[in-house]
Design a protein around this ligand. Structure first.
Ligand code: PEP
Length: 257
């Protein structure tokens, strides 16, 4: 494990309108205690970020944007920049598989977004992971290698401490299929070994690596008990405040949860 603090991220994707998001936050706040060993991050749609940022108790929850554009300003109709998000969010999910596969984001786009987030004081959560066919052909480690190199090129070792990697096998996202603990351990070790190669052992050890892919309140504890895993990126199960609070409780080591 890289750090003592677990990170639990709820990615709401394109769900919950602003009113529903506010009600959800109110409900979750009543279910989750502030814990020193757990950091909880909520990623609503961009529309709800501003209002949630006024409502949220930042000791309890941080906010993340699900995507951003890498230029700071200019003629980019429909986009939102890291400069505009500065002060509203602490984190940015970058390179989610839905962005890569539906919106054809390339490693170059991902890398530019990582840099944009960092230069605006926003911590990137860089998502990487193989598709079902890449897995079938035994290419998981190659994909991890390529997406890490692609996403982290231009990142310095000082900046690396602000980056979290989320290992999200594409075949496990929103499918109800879980990666086995062995799959996750192998992938996370491959990530750390690649980071060690690029930035050295200390950086590799200190880097936060999450697992994401159809995590539920039932499966969360198993992943969180893996030594190499520092937290979870949760999609579907984060849409239910009670279920998400149960996942968050699993990340707390104390007996009073
Ligand atoms: C995700 O959105 O990154 C994700 C892992 O979704 P789900 O938990 O629904 O598979």
């Amino acid at each position: 494990m890289a750090l003592d603090k677990k990170l639990i991220v709820g990615n709401w994707k394109m769900n919950l309108d602003t009113h529903e998001a506010s009600l959800y936050l109110h409900k979750l706040a009543g279910l989750v205690k502030v814990r020193r060993d757990v950091e909880v991050v909520l990623a609503p749609t961009i529309l709800s970020l501003q209002s949630l940022s006024l409502q949220v108790e930042r000791r309890q929850f941080k906010l993340a944007v699900q995507n951003l554009y890498w230029r700071d300003s200019g003629p980019f109709t429909g986009e939102v920049s890291a400069t505009q998000l500065r002060g509203v969010v602490d984190y940015a999910i970058i390179g989610h598989s839905e962005r890569r596969h539906i919106f054809h984001e390339t490693d170059k786009d991902v890398r530019n977004k990582v840099q944009a987030a960092l230069r605006n004081g926003i911590k990137p959560i860089l998502c990487i992971g193989e598709t079902a066919s890449e897995r079938t052909y035994g290419e998981t480690k190659d994909v991890i290698h390529d997406q890490l190199i692609g996403g982290l090129a231009n990142t310095t070792s000082e900046e690396l401490s602000d980056i979290t990697i989320a290992y999200e096998p594409v075949w496990a996202i929103g499918t109800g299929k879980n990666a086995s603990p062995t799959d996750v351990t192998d992938a996370v070790l491959a990530i750390r070994s690649q980071v060690k190669h690029l930035y050295g052992a200390t950086a590799a050890k200190a880097m936060r690596v999450l697992y994401g892919g159809s995590v539920t309140a039932d499966s969360a504890g198993g992943y969180l008990s893996l030594d190499s895993v520092d937290g979870l990126l949760v999609g579907g199960a984060s849409l239910d405040a009670y279920m998400f609070s149960e996942i968050i409780k699993k990340a707390h080591k104390g007996s009073d949860s």
